[in-house]
Design a protein around this ligand. Sequence first.
Ligand SMILES: [Zn+2]
Length: 283
Amino acid sequence: MQQSSTKTSLGEMSYTEIDTVGILRFPKLEQIPFILHAFSTRKGGVSPSPYDTMNLNFGRGDSDGNVTENFRRFCNASHIPYHSLVSSHQTHTANVLRVYASHKGAGIFKERPWENIDGLLTNDPGVTLVTYYADCTPLFFVDPIHHAIGLAHAGWRGTVAGIGIRMVEAMKTEFGSDPTELVAAIGPSIGPCCYEVDEPVMKQFQNAPQADLRPCIQSKENGKYTIDLWQANRLLLQKVGIPAASIYDSKLCTACHSQLLWSHRATGGIRGGMAAMLGIREE
Ligand SMILES: [Zn+2]
């Protein structure tokens, strides 16, 4: 079958459309041969409005059949095996969980034996980790030495709680990862241009327990604040020992690109959702 394909760049990511399915990737992660990764967009799915068209979130009002078909289409276009997917259950915690090949399909086409897990890690070949987004920050982790990976969902709560640090600590314990050898990437999410918060949320950043996140806060003239979640997560990852030069930023704001990307804020919460996928190739 002939596939139509175009490739451009968006922010610091590469953007490919294959048979209308839009796929974002980090050029630096594409250079690591043992992994597969992709981030979805709104393009190339079968869901009707207001989930149009590529909605990869179950349970938001779209039919399960549509979401399943969207997963199949996205996996086909991005060359990620559908049967390899293992999914989080995100509730804005800083909980991370090691998963195994026996979990393939969990939360996608079979029951998921965990709850309240915002980050997943594995070193099993043939497993692809899946987490969900619509403004929150995706954090990708790759250990090129031990062939291990992690994927974490960091909204403002997860960022303040330091889920990025929790992930690196778990990779150290489970796989013997050395933070100085890790590669990390900060995916599409609401940028400092659009992420306005009130004082109570700002104060949580002021008092973040894991690192000094005050440089990420800007005061606005309207008495509110903007938060730079990208910088906050970068500071956390550097604090735990990942070299600054090994952390890659997407610099892609979901709210600024709400025609292409799902943004909770830009849609008022009536929306579909995107998925981040990061896997280890089958041996
Ligand atoms: Zn923006």
